[in-house]
Ligand binder design. Sequence first.
Ligand code: GLN
Length: 306
Amino acid sequence: MQSILDTITATMALRTQRGRVADYIPQLASVDPNQFGIAVVLPDGQMFSAGCADKLFSIQSISKVFTLTMALGKIGDAVWSHVGREPSGDPFNSIVQLEHEGGKPRNPFINAGAIAIVDAIMMGHQPKETLAEILQFLRFVANDESIFIDDKVAQSELLHRDRNASLAHFMASFGRIKHSVDHVLGTYFHQCAITMSCQQLANAGQFLVSDGMNLSTGIRVVSPQRARRINSLMLMCGHYDGSGEFAYRVGLPGKSGVGGGILAIAPGNASIAVWSPGLDSIGNSKLGTEALEMLVQHTGWSIFGH
Ligand code: GLN
């Protein structure tokens, strides 16, 4: 495994077309695009990594996998009255579909869906309490107490909130947001600003590899059925309007973030985190996707076979 990761990292270092870093907030626009990291955790907890796998980056929308997991734990299938589970076919921050579907987001991974999920998990609590819970959950699944929120990124998201604020207010106009829109947005921005390394993220994904159980800690996080369903949502919706392309090229459940990270799950085989800040036109990591494509070619881990 180590030699595969070294080969992938060496190949990626030669790439000149690295995509464009997200520029909607200065904190992300200033990240050096010439970085690449990858970490793979096997079901027994053994980790392999290469490149800047211990460098911290903004996980952004990858956090949505964990808030969905929390929401399912708190309210179970009632989650599906807040968000749907169909691919949107639209960009991650699109508003158009909401108008046609009574303000209900198509899935929990587009921005509108993730904002609705935050509203669902707040359950009358203050943003601070909900955030503490989200952070605690991430630390628990990653088995790592050092994970934190980058407040500068959160403040920057808040300053440039117009699109996300529009989504939240639009949903509120349909009676779909129960808490203060400002509280929900503040919580969402802080969740996006969680900072992790590939190594930490790959650890956090372990429960999705082994039927809901983190085998290296021996702790069950969710039921097998729930793990399977979260994976299916990641496959169908985890890369927004690039989800079909990702399934075609990589063939794994995956969730991307505009910070350039991707968490990919090879059920029964590995939790994989990859990071390279340059994005394709849809907002998914360009080299991250290429690296995962190479990895499945070497390992045969695609859920669709070799
Ligand atoms: N913070 C980003 C936003 O709200 C998250 C989007 C993403 O990572 N795709 O726009």
